[in-house]
Design a protein around this ligand. Structure first.
Ligand SMILES: C[S@@+](CC[C@H](N)C(=O)[O-])C[C@H]1O[C@@H](n2cnc3c(N)ncnc32)[C@H](O)[C@@H]1O
Length: 276
């Protein structure tokens, strides 16, 4: 599970800062509205979320008390006063039905064994007509220059290890069917492509090196001890990934951002009431 070690916290923050415009562009919640952020981790996305909607009331939830402590400090250091934190499991949220106007979920569903169960719980606490924004990656979307079979194999080790842990690092492409089958309405998914070459040094450093290559490197010991690759091949794969951040290197990756709404009740007020 990502989100716990100091190194992983640093990686999540590099990722959030490098991708802030991409992930949060156009995401704004009006004054007075309540927003539930699920799986906030160390608050790397929370600060961007809260700064862009300074008059919305944000409640950020995570399973890990350690991560929440770090998130509280980060939000305080950023001078933001519109966020409160709570330790909770997304499968059993300690909130009444229909209490939130909006929900925001970033890089959480990929880690869950049963994302549909979490989405059903999320739907319960969202008011009818309330909005959901979900952002997830898809490691199958990574391609780069120079191409390397070793680098592709190293990435596939990460995909395999996450699948063995019950997650799905290819979940981005599944957001539309996941949300529609979980009962959400007006589901719209946008691909958000990251393209990094040396004319965009902040993305080469913030994304190619510090986000993606660092994430693959992070599973090195586990990949080797599981026998998924030999040490020599693994080291070559990592070196080839680093090579894509050099002056003539290019790295492409696609995130997916879904927006949806909780369906309004057919038996509630409005025209549907008049139906037989
Ligand atoms: C990859 S981190 C993403 C953190 C943050 N959204 C970000 O993008 O920086 C996933 C987070 O989900 C949390 N998490 C995993 N399973 C959870 C659950 N069942 N309930 C609540 N949080 C959970 C983890 O503790 C971790 O902080």
């Amino acid at each position: 599970m990502h989100g716990y070690s100091g190194r992983e916290s640093e990686r999540l923050t590099d990722q959030a800062n490098a991708l802030a415009t991409l992930v949060h562009g156009g995401v704004f919640f009006p004054a007075g509205d309540s927003v539930l952020e699920l799986g906030c981790g160390v608050g790397s996305q929370t600060v961007h979320l809260a700064a862009r909607s300074p008059r919305a009331r944000i409640v950020s939830v995570d399973l890990s008390e350690d991560s929440l402590q770090a998130a509280r400090k980060r939000v305080e250091a950023a001078g933001l006063d519109n966020v409160s934190f709570l330790q909770a499991d997304v499968h059993r949220l300690p909130f009444t039905d229909s209490g939130f106007d909006h929900a925001f979920v970033c890089f959480l569903l990929e880690h869950l064994r049963e994302p549909c169960a979490a989405l059903a719980e999320l739907r319960r606490v969202l008011r009818p007509g309330g909005s959901l924004t979900v952002v997830e990656g898809d490691h199958g979307s990574a391609y780069f220059h120079p191409d390397s079979a070793h680098a592709r194999r190293a990435i596939s080790c990460l995909v395999e290890l996450q699948a063995r842990a019950g997650g799905d690092s290819l979940i981005g492409r599944r957001l539309y069917p996941l949300l529609t089958s979980s009962g959400f309405a007006q589901v719209r998914v946008e691909p958000l492509m990251v393209y990094a070459d040396s004319s965009r040094p902040h993305l080469v450093d913030g994304f190619t090196r510090r986000t993606f290559t660092a994430m693959v490197e992070g599973v090195g010991e586990e990949a080797l001890s599981s026998g998924l690759m030999s040490r020599e091949d693994w080291e070559r794969g990592i070196a080839d990934l680093r090579r894509t951040a050099e002056a003539d290197g290019v790295f492409c990756y696609t995130f997916f951002r879904a927006r949806a709404r909780r369906r309004r009740s057919r038996t509630g007020p409005g025209p549907a009431r008049a139906r037989p």
